[in-house]
Design a binder for this molecule. Structure first.
Ligand SMILES: [Zn+2]
Length: 447
């Protein structure tokens, strides 16, 4: 049992319950046994949370962990320019490189207050080894709850797609490998540390048949669906030319709208597209820093929320936004909303909701994750807010969102510590850094 006291609490429950001075008790089953004002009414050793705010752990809804090995490249490109620069490099990925990149990316996410992350992996070089297993092992080492998706690309340049032909798979091969990944790893239990989703990459790198059959496969297996959609004007133009419709109309045509689907980006959406997402319960992984880095645009998050679309936050791949810090994404989301819609477009608590319960809804884990409520999994973060960067901002949620990225005093996943006093519990930051540096060098130079 873990008892945290003398702490400000933001539960992020439906009513937005907060306690200026409260407690959280974690039971031996890794779930929250109590949360409330004042001291806890149970005996046992205490963690003193003075100077800290406790929130649900952040949920990352879009990432490409392998991209940690290709940070700092194609710095001034649009999405299509950036992709065509990087595809040939990614074609040389192997399990060793992906494992090192995933270790770095997941370690960094944990230090940024993230307790659950998805990953979207869609590059499977023929001689690359078992890259999905490599990142799953990295997540087990760091201790994060992990939702890797089995991605895929089967539309190469010779068939009118964007990626070079040597980085795409055959359609049936991709579907079979996706089904095998679900059978091998997907854990449907409420306490699951590992769940798989089905994730063909994007309209311009995937055939219509793969999109359609992937949706059928996911529903037959009872797992979720994820893809990139409506990220850039170039994609919209591609869809209009190839399919004669918008990206969301295309998604609907291939069976990709529904409350078991969440889409990365959703930047270029008109009113009718937003209404369709809301009516079908289709989620959106909002990635404001990546959208800014690639100059893709600013998602209409206020309108999405007003249409009851589930919206979570994603850092996106580390090669399209080198910060990759989920705590920092809270502020980026708030700023992005305000640049579009003025200071009333989003407040600090709405930003925190995106990063917690909004993300849990995207991953289908809202019954067990995303808020501090009795019976939910004890995935939580104690943010230190009494240092130079935050002291004096009396509203603790405002300090977390408006202030600089806050140090993580403690992060628990299912009641188990993964970060303590700003350091990883299960891995060594310097070792991760060295492995990532070597992976980057090997990928870029072959040595
Ligand atoms: Zn992405």
């Amino acid at each position: 049992m873990i008892i945290i006291e003398n702490v400000a609490v933001a539960t992020v429950d439906e009513a937005g319950t907060e306690y200026a001075d409260g407690h959280v008790v974690v039971g031996g089953d890794g779930r929250i046994a109590a949360v409330g004002p004042g001291d806890a009414d149970v005996p046992g050793p205490r963690i003193d949370g003075t100077g800290c705010l406790v929130t649900p752990g952040l949920v990352n809804t879009h990432h490409h962990l392998y991209q940690w090995a290709t940070r700092g490249l194609a710095l001034d490109e649009t999405l299509f320019g950036w992709l065509t620069t990087l595809y040939p490099i990614w074609g040389r990925l192997d399990a060793g490189i992906v494992g090192a990149a995933a270790g770095a990316g997941l370690g960094w996410l944990a230090l940024s207050g993230c307790t659950t992350s998805m990953d979207h992996h869609y590059v499977f070089p023929r001689d690359g080894g078992d890259v999905l297993q490599a990142e799953i092992e990295a997540a087990r080492t760091i201790g994060l709850r992990f939702h890797p998706t089995r991605g895929s690309m089967d539309l190469g340049r010779k068939d009118g797609g964007l990626p070079p032909d040597n980085v795409v798979e055959e359609t049936d091969e991709a579907l079979a490998a996706t089904e095998a990944a679900i059978d091998r790893w997907h854990d449907p239990s409420p306490d699951a540390m590992l769940q798989i989703a089905v994730a063909p990459c994007s309209p311009f790198s995937v055939t219509t048949r793969l999109m359609e059959e992937a949706a059928v496969l996911a529903r037959r297996k009872g797992v979720r669906l994820h893809t990139h959609l409506a990220e850039t004007d170039d994609e919209e133009e591609f869809c209009r030319k190839q399919f004669g419709c918008t990206p969301v109309e295309y998604a609907e045509r291939v069976g990709w709208l529904g409350n078991d689907v969440w889409l990365a980006h959703g930047v270029h959406l008109d009113d009718s597209a937003i209404a369709r997402l809301g009516a079908t319960g289709t989620g959106v992984a909002h990635c404001p820093s990546s959208n800014a880095r690639l100059g893709a645009g600013a998602a209409r998050v206020r309108e999405l929320l007003d249409s009851r679309v589930p919206v979570g936050l994603g850092v996106d791949g580390a090669a399209s936004q080198e910060v990759s810090h989920l705590g920092a994404e809270l502020r980026q989301a708030l700023y992005t909303a305000r640049l579009r819609g003025g200071p009333k477009a989003m407040n600090a608590r709405e930003a925190l909701r995106l990063g917690t319960i909004g993300g849990a809804r995207c991953l289908g884990r809202q019954d067990d994750l995303g808020s501090l409520e009795v019976g939910k999994l004890a995935d939580l973060v104690l943010w230190r807010l009494d240092g130079l960067g935050h002291e004096g901002i009396d509203d603790k949620v405002a300090a977390l969102v408006f202030g600089p990225p806050a140090p993580v005093e403690l992060a628990l996943v299912g009641g188990k510590p993964v970060v303590e006093r700003g350091e990883l519990v299960n891995a060594d930051e310097e070792t991760l850094t060295r492995a990532a540096r070597d992976a980057h060098r090997r990928l870029l130079t072959g040595r």
